[in-house]
Structures are given as C-alpha cells and as structure tokens.
Design a binder for this molecule. Structure first.
Ligand SMILES: [Zn+2]
Length: 72
C-alpha cells in the first residue's frame, strides 16, 4: 500500500504521529527546516556575524544540523 503526502500527491516517506500527517521527502525536509528556524529565532541561538562550529559525529542528527546551518 502506497500512502500519499497530505500536502501533495507524492509518495509519503514518513508519518508524523504528533501531527497526524503523512509527508513526502520534500515536505518532510521543509517541515524540519521550518522547525529549526523557528527554534533558532525563539531562543536567539545565532546572532549576526556569529561564527558557528558544529561537532559532527557522523550520525544523522549532527549531519542534518550541519547541512541546515549551512543552508540557513
Ligand atoms: Zn508532499
């Protein structure tokens, strides 16, 4: 059974239990990026001209963090 994304008609890759949403790869990535940005703003985690170091273990969490900080 193929489940489709709740935001488009693409194949869902994840079900978010807390939101009840099935999301495709694109919409899942957008959701994660939006939450990271919201959290960074909420806690004023980065200020203009800050230098940021990311300790990368090679696992998914630090790898995604490095990728998103670079994108943002
Ligand atoms: Zn989608």
């Amino acid at each position: 059974m193929v489940t489709t994304c709740n935001k488009c008609k693409a194949q869902a890759i994840i079900f978010q239990r807390y939101s009840g949403m099935h999301l495709c790869e694109k919409h899942f990535a957008e959701d994660v990026e939006r939450k990271v940005k919201r959290t960074m703003r909420k806690y004023s985690m980065v200020k203009k001209n800050d230098r940021i170091a990311v300790a990368v273990s090679g696992g998914k969490d630090s790898t995604v963090l490095l990728y998103l900080l670079n994108e943002i």
